[in-house]
Design a protein around this ligand. Sequence first.
Ligand SMILES: [Zn+2]
Length: 161
Amino acid sequence: MRDIARQFKRHFDQTWRRLSPQAKGPIAEYLRRCPGTAYLCFRMDHDDQAPFGRCAYAPDRTAVTFLAPYFSLTSPDEVRVAVIAHELTHIYRRGTGEWTPDGEVEEAATRAKALDWGFDAPSFRDAEHMAGWNEVLGEWQAAHRDRFGKELESRWLGRVG
Ligand SMILES: [Zn+2]
């Protein structure tokens, strides 16, 4: 997981550098009030959806979970940056007060904003692309279950509202 964490940090820094001061301001301000931790997870098991990344907000802290194998298996860098940028955009919207608990509206607005900032949309091209990914992901999880299998998203998000 250490290699993946190193990759992740590199991509996080890359993402942060690309954000404008106007974007960074509300994110930094929000994270000062509600400090954030990023967790790399073996599996995203918080609910039925299994996104590549997810934010959870508590009054005094923020948890952002990411699917670890995503940062090990995907290329190019841009698709990894897109996932980090997407989560940071949610935090931006928290900071500006635009965030809404209506999941669909929040997703659409977040995607639009991140596109506006020049990031790719973190999504599959088509069903074949998604099936191919699920197969590769399954192989990775089977191969790494003994070492990382306990690093589940629910372990972290169980503690944050
Ligand atoms: Zn989202």
